[in-house]
Design a protein around this ligand. Structure first.
Ligand SMILES: Nc1ncnc2c1ncn2[C@@H]1O[C@H](COP(=O)(O)OP(=O)(O)OP(=O)(O)O)[C@@H](O)[C@H]1O
Ligand SMILES: [Mg+2]
Length: 381
């Protein structure tokens, strides 16, 4: 049931457990899972979306051998309860976060520092935006923030003073091709990296929570979160605040790094976060003369992916242009070369199979509209 909290009914905006649509789950000793889901209307086009989400959440959990979904329809009475719940969520419960329910959330994590999380985050964000998508980027590395530099964005974040509303922060925007990046980082709140250290007293999670709740994200297809190295605090915080977060784990080809990265995977699973895949970074280096060197060893990415039972999304070669692009604020993926091609291929795999965007096509927002209409009709006493 905890895994199912990661499945959102995009139309109603809450998770299917909260909405009372996840009726129950049984697990046999051999790991055969049967889940019963009740939908508002059996013909809802969102059924395919919810089905896929339920399946991927449960299938990738360790110990699961098979998943069977049983579909039923909510009774009239249950439907009324679900609607009341959705309405209550819209009205009473300040939304958990400002991140829209249709946004796919991907946290880029690793076991240890310096393996290329921030490089991967900035390049994938740029690649997804270049495909015409709107991509939020949250730099959760409060003390070692690097995304402002890597994405070439600067300046303090401004509050939006909307009348009668809680003051929100507007993310920095950067157009990439037909798409858009919306970026927040601690780097935009402090004057220099040194004063960032003064925030040490502030709970890391409080800062991330602030970014999730108080940033006016607006429409987003994806939200990419650049995780700080090591600590499991942020992962646990995300599991609480955004249980639908999916992890991409970055590792280097070295066996040592792979072992630490495996810890990030098991930590994620303890908090019921789905691991969507592994990226090996700093893979072999090919020199100008065409010789290839496995400077940091080889096989780490494959081993980790096999171990975790998740796909290896790609292997990014060690290439000076990755570092140069990061320093210049121009992600290499917007240029040419093997690393750029690899990043583009990984972005394509994310969109096409690993973490596809939520497909709302063909689904009317009638239930939410009904909820809002009911709210408007309520006497304002
Ligand atoms: N594929 C690559 N080829 C060459 N250099 C790379 C590659 N990936 C990352 N780098 C460089 O390695 C350094 C560390 O990368 P990055 O900052 O992305 O790692 P990180 O995991 O985010 O580190 P931290 O744990 O400190 O946040 C950077 O200088 C970056 O430019
Ligand atoms: Mg980093």
């Amino acid at each position: 049931m905890q895994l199912l909290r990661g499945v959102i009914d995009p139309e109603l905006g809450s998770d299917i457990v909260d909405l009372g649509m996840a009726k129950g789950a049984t697990v046999s000793p051999d790991g055969d899972v049967v889940v019963t889901i009740a939908l508002t209307t059996a013909g809802c086009p969102l059924r395919a979306q919810i089905q896929k989400d339920v399946r991927t959440r449960i299938e990738s959990h360790p110990g699961v051998r098979s998943v069977k979904l049983d579909w039923t329809e909510l009774t009239a009475e249950e439907k009324a309860e679900t609607m009341a719940r959705a309405r209550w969520n819209v009205r009473e419960k300040a939304p958990d976060t400002e991140v829209p329910p249709t946004t796919r959330v991907i946290a880029v994590a690793s076991g240890k520092g310096g393996v290329g999380k921030s490089s991967v985050t900035s390049n994938l964000a740029a690649a997804l935006a270049a495909r015409g998508l709107t991509v939020g980027v949250l730099d959760a590395d409060i003390w070692g923030f690097s995304l402002p530099r890597m994405l070439g964005v600067d300046g303090r974040l401004e509050g939006t003073a909307e009348e009668g509303e809680h003051r929100k922060i507007a993310p920095h925007e950067k157009a990439v091709g037909k798409g858009l990046l919306k970026i927040v980082s601690m780097g935009f709140l402090v004057d220099d990296e040194e004063s960032a250290l003064m925030w040490r007293g502030l709970m890391l999670n409080r800062a991330v929570q602030h970014f999730l709740e108080d940033v006016r994200w607006g429409d987003l297809d994806y939200l990419l979160i650049d995780m700080p190295p090591g600590t499991g605090d942020v992962q646990m915080g995300l599991a609480r605040m955004l249980p639908r977060t999916e992890l991409i784990v970055v590792t280097t080809p070295a066996k040592g790094a792979q072992k630490v990265a495996a810890r990030a995977v098991s930590m994620a699973r303890k908090s019921y976060l789905r691991v969507a895949g592994v990226i090996e970074n700093m893979s072999s280096f090919t020199c100008d003369h065409g010789s290839t060197y496995a400077l940091f060893g080889s096989g780490g990415g494959e081993a980790l992916a096999a171990d975790a039972g998740v796909p290896l999304l790609g292997k990014v070669p060690l290439e000076p242009s990755v570092a140069a692009g990061g320093d210049a604020g121009e992600p290499v993926v917007l240029g040419t070369g093997p690393a750029a091609e690899t990043f583009r291929a990984i972005a394509a795999r994310i969109v096409e199979e690993a973490v596809p965007p939520v497909a709302m096509a063909g689904c009317s927002a009638r239930m939410l509209e009904a909820a809002v209409a009911a709210l408007d009709a309520r006497p304002t006493t």
